[in-house]
Design a protein around this ligand. Sequence first.
Ligand SMILES: [Fe+2]
Length: 323
Amino acid sequence: MATLMRLCGLLSYVPSTQFYLVSKLSLETSRISTAFSLRSLSLRGYSMSHLPTLGIGLGFREPLRSDLFLHQQQVDFLEIVAEHYLDPPPQKQQELELLADHFPLIPHAINLSLGSAEGLNTDYLRKLATLIKQLNPPWWSEHICFTKAGGVDIGHLSPLPYTHEAVEVLCRNIEQVRRYVDVPLILENITYMVTLPGAEMTEAQFLTEVVERSDCGLLLDITNLHINAVNHNYDVGDFLSQLPLERIVQLHFVGGHWHNGVLIDSHSHSTPKEVWQLMDKVVAKVPVKGIVLERDENLPPFAELSAELEEARKIGKRYRRWD
Ligand SMILES: [Fe+2]
């Protein structure tokens, strides 16, 4: 996740709400011209169970590069931030090729803005499609959020209102994405600092509606789930019981930090015991294909990351998700 997005996290909820209003205005006009059947999307499904098992992965960050090659056997695959390679200078292109020569790579996009009522940036989409075609991964991922509205790049993963209209927008945009990218898409749950007004369903119902109607897989960020459960005072078990678990393909995990009584998704600390317990609970129920440690800030010695990767690997082995 982009560092900038993390730094903006604390203060972004007010502009997010403002931009949501812009987004909603666009939605009111754009929905009139929405002429496709959302139900038809589910007829074009793919099975999550047929996706390959990748194992334990690490979110690639440049400072980790030399350690990664020294400890290659501890990392089964890498998740790369797609935006870092859309218009790559020669140095980044070489880096991408080096990584691809040594690890399976999963592109993780952060700025497609699938929730934008005004539609997607087709230039961006073409570049993203080119990258994904080049890497030919078994799946790729984006977030259930919006990052652009009214011509403004918000610079933050902003929450959508839990409404049927927002589901329609996401499904319509995902339908467009599929005209460019035929690799399975998995969608990630984000954290949010404020609950937007006008909800017609719960967060869990919203996530379920989105992945089922768009026929996508789910990238369950268990740290985000833990953080939201703490900040918004809900029960993680109840939340999980409402999700279509069979759609979960991959997990994210890491640790955040507390600030003024709020748990922040800063990707800056070791994984707390509540998240490890949650990982155990989810992996016991779900044949996940991959688990990715997503550390961005306050990077520790690689041995500390290795220990976390090994712990996640053990959990997967405990439930025979991999050898
Ligand atoms: Fe994540």
